[in-house]
Design a binder for this molecule. Structure first.
Ligand code: SAH
Length: 227
């Protein structure tokens, strides 16, 4: 998979993309990453990417002309046509289901807003808008990083143990529930013990316990997931 990002703060991606899972995924060839500076497509002396809103009001709006030029140029950089996704609080809600859906794309182009967001006409260049939650951040860079990490860790061969992405919270094979509680050594810590069943070696019973624990936890913390 190829992931392109369009941003006015490309340096924000350096640390996140080049550490841990995302670094390993690139080394394994599971995905290639390209971040583009929107200012490369500006045409005035100041390199303006934003302007004041028609009708007045606070803040600045990202310019449709600069965005369109950049998106068209980036699209043409590879013969794979990207799925073009604008990061925006007004978008479709991101979820594990959407992350799985994106793993099927050969190429993604994530467009990061700043200021008050995009000129409405720029959305004509989007296949969809995506929100990472009902709150407002200062820019689309962190949302883009959230999407990249959620998608890339699902790509085949990225995580050592393929089962770890199958049996986790929100996944279909976990019936969309939260994951069951997990424990590791020591078996007793300051009087806190591990559920006995987990040290019994009885895999059938352990499986049953995990399913029940996942359901109990979901009922308590996220009853909305059961609906
Ligand atoms: N005025 C806009 C918010 C702009 S925030 C509104 O009220 O809807 C500036 C930029 O940050 C947005 O263009 C978007 O790219 C990004 N952003 C902020 N919150 C986000 C969220 N929850 N999900 C995705 N992108 C977000």
């Amino acid at each position: 998979m190829r992931i392109d990002v369009l941003s006015i703060f490309p340096a924000m991606f350096d640390g996140v993309i080049n550490e841990s899972i995302l670094k390993i995924a690139q080394e394994k060839g599971a995905f290639e990453f390209h971040v583009h500076d929107l200012r490369d497509w500006t045409y005035d002396f100041h390199g303006s990417v934003d302007d004041s809103p028609y009708g007045g009001g606070a803040g600045m709006v990202m310019k449709v002309d600069v965005l369109a030029e950049a998106i068209e140029a980036i699209t043409a950089m590879d013969e794979r046509r990207p799925r073009i996704v604008f990061m925006a609080p007004v978008g479709r809600s991101f979820s594990q289901t959407v992350a799985h859906e994106y793993t099927k794309c050969e190429r993604l182009l994530l467009v990061c807003g700043r200021y008050e967001g995009f000129d409405e006409r720029a959305f004509d260049w989007a296949d969809e808008c995506l929100s990472i939650g009902d709150y407002v951040l200062a820019g689309g860079e962190l949302p883009a990083m959230v999407v990249i990490e959620a998608v890339v860790r699902l790509l085949p061969s990225v995580l050592g143990n393929e089962e770890s992405v199958v049996e986790e919270s929100f996944s279909a094979s976990n019936e969309g529930l939260l994951e069951h509680p997990q424990y590791t050594r020591p078996a007793v810590f300051r009087g806190k013990t591990v559920p006995e069943i987990l040290t019994s070696g009885n895999h059938g019973e352990i499986e049953k316990w995990r399913k029940a624990a996942a359901r109990t936890r979901t009922e308590a913390r996220r009853p909305d997931l059961l609906r």
